[in-house]
Design a protein around this ligand. Structure first.
Ligand SMILES: Nc1ncnc2c1ncn2[C@@H]1O[C@H](COP(=O)(O)OP(=O)(O)OP(=O)(O)O)[C@@H](O)[C@H]1O
Ligand code: SF4
Ligand SMILES: [Mg+2]
Length: 364
């Protein structure tokens, strides 16, 4: 049994917004094991970044706890938390926005060493900066250049070097390759993979792109409007998706075999507001399997198979309704649409057909 490094218990973040409380993250529970990569996937605005930031205490939770190495870090004072802060770092999506444009590469990487007073003298810091640049594949000649002089891949390498500076054990990667060209994405993902082996790192990998999450994760959490709807080992999730939303998400992935007849699951219907949501399934407005109970009670996350958790009242009954489908990648809720492939809908009437029908009515 792998050791639990980090645990979220009933972790919750509500934001005060006009109209009430926006439930960005709502009582989520999960564990992260030492040395694993836990993927966190879901549409834009479902609460992925907020969850990552709560784990690192970059945001204070509304309620709930984060346990790191058996210590409840949410309850620590800022001073007590400092020694944990160095062990937990983050790599951001947009390396350009997260790097100070007025600082050179060397200064950016050196900054956390300075702030945390890791070395007493400049020579030791400079040595460590060069070592970190070497670790992430940045040439020494780039020491004194500025972020705007570099391409996206190199800028992300700076972000990674900075995250590694304090020798962390846990890193949240928040969409680390989403802003990069496809050709560069693989290089950065491979680098993160090598670093994980070399430094025994534990990762939370956040992305809206399920194909990337699948590639890098040992286990995957699927989030929808602030709650976890499914959680399982990566392979298990792909072989036995249980939640209707996960089925729709997976339908957006290309299927390798050309022999398989595929059809994308199109999500349709109303997206529940994250502001003051009622006690109901948050996916109900878009779910083709919805029943009365779904509108009356929020389903709990329950373990349907060993290590495989799902939050759907009727997940047992849906197991057999597998859909093999194709499509693009996941983006904003408005752009992905949904229906289980077995649901037959009326064909939409085009404007031309409508006009023809009106013409024939007139001529009758
Ligand atoms: N500071 C804030 N004030 C108010 N609402 C916020 C704040 N930060 C986030 N939110 C809201 O909380 C919800 C979750 O946001 P979050 O950034 O965690 O989503 P996400 O899954 O990371 O999305 P994306 O894929 O676009 O990065 C969204 O509805 C967002 O608008
Ligand atoms: S609980 Fe109901 S609405 Fe929610 S996913 Fe399951 S069947 Fe669909
Ligand atoms: Mg985000």
């Amino acid at each position: 049994m792998k050791k639990v490094m980090l645990e979220a218990r009933e972790l919750t973040k509500y934001f005060d917004v006009p109209g009430g409380k926006l439930h960005a993250v709502d009582k989520v529970n999960f564990q992260i094991h030492e040395g694993e990569t836990l993927g966190l996937v879901g549409e834009s605005g479902c609460g992925k970044s907020t969850t990552g930031r709560l784990l690192l205490r970059l945001l204070e939770p509304t309620s709930g706890d984060v346990i790191f190495d058996g210590v409840n870090i949410t309850k620590l004072s800022q001073r007590e938390f400092r020694k944990y802060r160095t062990q937990m770092q983050i790599v951001f999506q947009d390396p350009y926005a997260s790097l100070n444009p007025r600082m050179s590469v060397a200064e950016i990487i050196e900054e956390p060493l300075l702030i945390n007073k890791i070395y007493n003298n400049a020579a030791d810091r400079a040595k460590r900066v060069k070592e970190l640049m070497d670790t992430v594949g940045l040439a020494p000649r780039l020491l004194n250049v500025y972020p705007h002089e570099l391409d996206g891949g190199r800028r992300q390498r700076i972000g990674i070097a900075r995250a590694l500076a304090l020798k962390p054990r846990f890193i949240v990667q928040d969409e680390p390759v989403s802003a990069l060209d496809v050709s560069i994405q693989a290089q950065i993902l491979n680098l993160m993979d090598d670093l994980q082996d070399e430094f025994q790192l534990t990762y939370m990998f956040i992305s809206h792109d399920l194909s990337v999450v699948k590639h890098v994760s040992d286990r995957i959490i699927v989030m929808y409007l602030g709650v976890i709807v499914e959680m399982a080992e990566s392979q298990e999730l792909f072989e036995r998706r249980l939640h209707p939303y996960t089925k729709a998400l997976l339908s957006a992935l290309p299927v390798p075999s050309v022999d398989i007849e595929t059809e994308p699951i199109i999500l349709k219907g109303e997206i529940t507001s994250p502001i003051n949501p009622k006690n109901a399934c948050r996916f109900a407005g878009r779910c083709a399997y919805r029943q009365d109970l779904c509108d009356q009670q929020q389903p709990e996350l329950r373990e349907l198979h060993p290590g495989h958790w799902v939050a759907c009242h009727f997940a047992e009954n849906l197991v057999q309704t597998e859909d093999i489908v194709v499509g693009g990648s996941l983006s904003h809720p408005d752009s992905t649409v949904t229906k289980p492939s077995q649901v037959i809908e009326e064909e939409p009437v085009t404007e031309v057909e409508q006009a023809k029908s009106e013409e024939s009515n007139i001529s009758k």
